[in-house]
Design a protein around this ligand. Structure first.
Ligand code: SF4
Length: 481
């Protein structure tokens, strides 16, 4: 179900000196951003740099395909570019918060940055910068990072790459929380960074004829530009790529891997591979485990998934339960998450605008509906009603992850007070009653972690168990006083 504001998507592309097409870096970032559109649909931007460090930038509200035209892209000349697709977590959904963020620099003319994640010490960083008389123009936490970087990079020798890496490390050691970054130091260097927990993803790809490198949030963005997967940027790693395509890295202090488990369950695109895990296969296996470990309703006729994110788990569930999988819900793919619902009458149509049941599949059937998660609970409630109106005899809801009991401070917009499972103290019977399903079951956290096949200590599970690996935000601490 479409219910969460997702993390942002970031890209960085650098082409070597033999590349003749000046605009190609921006084109590649554009294609990669299209593949990452699921991570952010509020605003997008691409900046390009030429060898003289001249920058050209297009940033606007809307989808990648709405913002960039052929003519626009042809203006983004240069061998190095950054791209960003945004969903707001800190900072409102406004043009002033669109990224990449830029700042003038004595050494590089312009420093640009694209951020996926959320800083938990944004308030104190902001106050420190204000105390130093810095002018902060946006209300996003990402702008704070460019001020901190600029401050520390102004005094260095820009040809000394070790000094640059050391300086980036000392600047970024100040930031706490989740940050996967792509940074351009003018047209000189492309930088990729993951926070010390590696909460959000970031991968490195090599363009096929060896003409350059691309950094992107997910491997699906490498596929679209024909880049070969090289590796994931490690937790706490700062990687620097120069114009000769040489790569160096350095690491932040206090590394403790804690990748966001929810990326695997819901956020990442099913055709991406993260931590060697094929996302689509992982979700199918969650569905199988759901059928094997939780009661399967007696006499069920069909299994349907909530498209698109619930579909792989529904296929796995149906296989393991020996039931038929059916396409019972059709998704309207052309309604964005920022869809304007101008009148009350149209608002009341609610979920029907996005999902429409197929009565011929559902009528007089006992239906098992599989979804990946329940956040606020309003969508499954409407969905159950919709399926019953379409003639379902019974609707049994199965969820391929545990109840979400805690908000996220690391780049996903879900807050404690919005969560149905938290409001109802995690009592499944109460949640079931409020949603109106005939039965409800969730997959256990233990199983969701086990299916990764990896060290279970290496994941953030805070929204399920309240253990926040990077701490909680300044703002939350203030509210708790
Ligand atoms: S709290 Fe949940 S959504 Fe947020 S980073 Fe951790 S696992 Fe991901």
């Amino acid at each position: 179900m479409a219910k969460l504001k997702e993390a942002c998507g970031v890209v960085g592309t650098i082409l070597g000196s033999e590349c003749e097409k000046a605009e190609e870096a921006a084109y590649l970032s554009y294609l990669a951003l299209n593949a990452l559109q699921h991570r952010g649909q509020e605003s997008a931007g691409i900046i390009a740099f030429d060898k003289l460090n001249n920058a050209s930038l297009i940033r606007d509200m809307g989808l990648v395909s709405q913002i960039f035209t052929e003519d626009g892209l042809s203006l983004l000349e240069g061998h190095l570019s950054l791209g960003h697709a945004r969903y707001s977590t800190t900072g409102r959904s406004e043009i002033c918060n669109a990224q990449p963020i830029t700042i003038n620099s004595k050494n590089f003319k312009t420093i640009a940055l694209a951020h996926n994640g959320n800083l938990i010490n944004a308030q104190s960083l902001r106050q420190d910068l204000i105390n130093k008389n810095k002018t902060i123009v946006s209300n996003s936490d990402s702008e704070l990072l460019v001020h901190i970087l600029k401050d520390q990079l102004e005094e260095i020798n820009i040809d000394n790459q070790n000094e640059i890496l050391q300086t980036l490390k000392s600047a970024l050691d100040l930031a706490k929380g989740a940050f996967s970054l792509t940074i351009a130091l003018g047209g000189d260097y492309l930088i990729g960074v993951r926070d010390r927990h590696g909460i959000r993803p970031l991968v490195l790809g090599k363009l096929l004829d060896g003409k350059g490198y691309i950094l992107a949030s997910e491997t699906c963005a490498l596929d679209i530009v024909g880049a070969e997967f090289v590796r994931e940027i490690s937790e706490g790693e700062i990687i620097l790529i120069d114009q000769k395509l040489q790569i160096r890295s350095i690491f932040l202090d206090q590394i403790e891997p804690k990748f966001c488990l929810f990326e695997l369950i819901y956020f990442a695109r099913p055709d991406s591979i993260i931590k060697n895990i094929e996302i689509n296969a992982y979700r199918e296996e969650l569905g199988k485990q759901l059928a094997l470990t939780k009661p399967v309703p007696a006499n069920a006729d069909i299994v349907i998934g909530v498209p698109d994110s619930g579909t792989p788990a529904a296929i796995g569930f149906a296989q393991a339960a020996g039931l038929s999988f059916a396409n019972g819900l059709i998704k309207n793919r052309y309604i964005g998450r920022t869809f304007i619902q101008p009148t009350q009458a149209i608002r009341q149509l609610g979920i029907k605008l996005k999902l429409n049941p197929l009565p011929s599949v559902i009528k007089n059937k006992i239906v098992i509906v599989i979804d990946d998660s329940i956040v606020r609970g309003n969508t499954p409630n409407k969905l159950v009603k919709l399926l019953k109106e379409a003639g379902a005899k019974e609707v049994h809801l199965r969820i391929s992850s545990p109840p979400i009991l805690w908000g996220c401070f690391y780049g996903i917009a879900m807050k404690d007070h919005e969560l149905i499972a938290r409001r109802l103290n995690g009592q499944i019977e109460l949640i079931k009653n409020e949603i109106g399903a005939d039965s409800l079951a969730y997959l256990d956290l233990e199983t969701v972690l086990k299916v990764t096949g990896q060290n279970i200590q290496n994941f953030c599970t805070a929204c399920f168990d309240g253990h926040y690996p990077a701490g909680v935000s300044d703002e939350e601490k203030v509210l708790a006083l």
